[in-house]
Design a protein around this ligand. Structure first.
Ligand SMILES: Cc1cc2nc3c(=O)[nH]c(=O)nc-3n(C[C@H](O)[C@H](O)[C@H](O)COP(=O)(O)OP(=O)(O)OC[C@H]3O[C@@H](n4cnc5c(N)ncnc54)[C@H](O)[C@@H]3O)c2cc1C
Length: 258
């Protein structure tokens, strides 16, 4: 039996500008017939755009009626960024089968979510899927996208000249009483700082949080062979590691990429 993840061809049906740096791509077509959601609200797919072999990861904002919605941050330069800023309607792309990792303990009585714009699709889906009180902080370089998701969302912007400062948001949080869960995603160096903060300052057990590096800042040029989280994820799961440990392995592997 093949262990290769399934891949699906899809066409870009619509492209919608949600804010200056945020673009909605609605994918569809017969190639998506076998696509199935995991139901895990932070599930993501690997997207390959025309003329490329490298992939980039995007959260499934929704999958309904044969339409797969991905919301894409367009920043200064980048493989998907440059394609997504063009009129890409009608283009054929490839997406992998989805994978998800959100795993809030059943006894959590509250949930805190923090992220930058790349995490907003996952934050929105998580907010729409849980029954406990949720507080979210979303960093955006643009105006807040208030109708993107309803609920308790505080919109922040990084200070002038700073790429992202989500770690500062977390250190200023007034934490609720009792047992809850903390989820965060965004730029990898910010995530490393927050893992340390949660372990050292807040002394949280690893089951009480999930912090994921979604992109690497500092304007580094991407290497031709980016680290694929898929094998690290599978190896980590096979070794019985927690999500937290697996994401730390993924960050470490990306750090080592020459
Ligand atoms: C599980 C997972 C889910 C994700 N979900 C989403 C999602 O739903 N929407 C989304 O937009 N992104 C999401 N991301 C992040 C996305 O995969 C990265 O931002 C990716 O690098 C963007 O690809 P690119 O081709 O535009 O830029 P790249 O070619 O990868 O990078 C080019 C340059 O841009 C910089 N860069 C990359 N991303 C950003 C950014 N966000 N802001 C500023 N500079 C950046 C890089 O450091 C590099 O210097 C997710 C990542 C993971 C791991």
């Amino acid at each position: 039996m093949s262990t290769r993840a399934a891949r699906y061809d899809a066409q870009v049906l619509r492209r919608e500008q949600l804010s200056s740096h945020f673009v909605r791509l609605v994918l569809g077509g017969p190639g998506l017939a076998g696509f199935a959601s995991t139901g895990v609200p932070d599930e993501w797919v690997a997207l390959t755009v025309p003329g490329q072999f490298q992939t980039r990861y995007y959260t499934v904002r929704s999958w309904a009626d044969g339409e797969l919605v991905l919301d894409v941050v367009v920043h200064e330069t980048g493989l998907v960024t440059e394609w997504a800023t063009t009129d890409c309607v009608g283009d054929t792309v490839t997406v992998s089968e989805p994978k998800g990792s959100f795993d809030m303990p059943a006894d959590a009585s509250w949930l805190l979510l923090v992220g930058d714009l790349t995490a907003l699709p996952a934050i929105a889906r998580i907010m729409e899927s849980v029954a406990v009180p949720v507080t979210a902080w979303v960093e955006t370089p643009d105006e807040p996208i208030r109708d993107y998701v309803s609920g308790d969302v505080t919109w922040t912007t990084p200070p002038e000249g700073v790429e992202t400062a989500t770690a500062d948001v977390v250190t200023a949080i007034d934490w609720p009483e009792g047992e809850g869960y903390f989820w965060m995603a965004g730029e990898s160096a910010q995530m490393r700082a927050i893992r340390k903060h949660l372990m050292r300052e807040r002394a949280l057990p690893s089951a009480a949080y999930d912090v994921m590096g979604y992109w690497r800042g500092g304007g580094q040029k991407r290497q031709p062979r980016a680290v694929d989280p898929g094998p690290i994820w599978r190896a980590g799961k096979a070794a019985g590691k927690s999500d937290q440990e697996i994401w730390a392995d993924y960050d470490a592997a990306r750090e080592k990429t020459p």
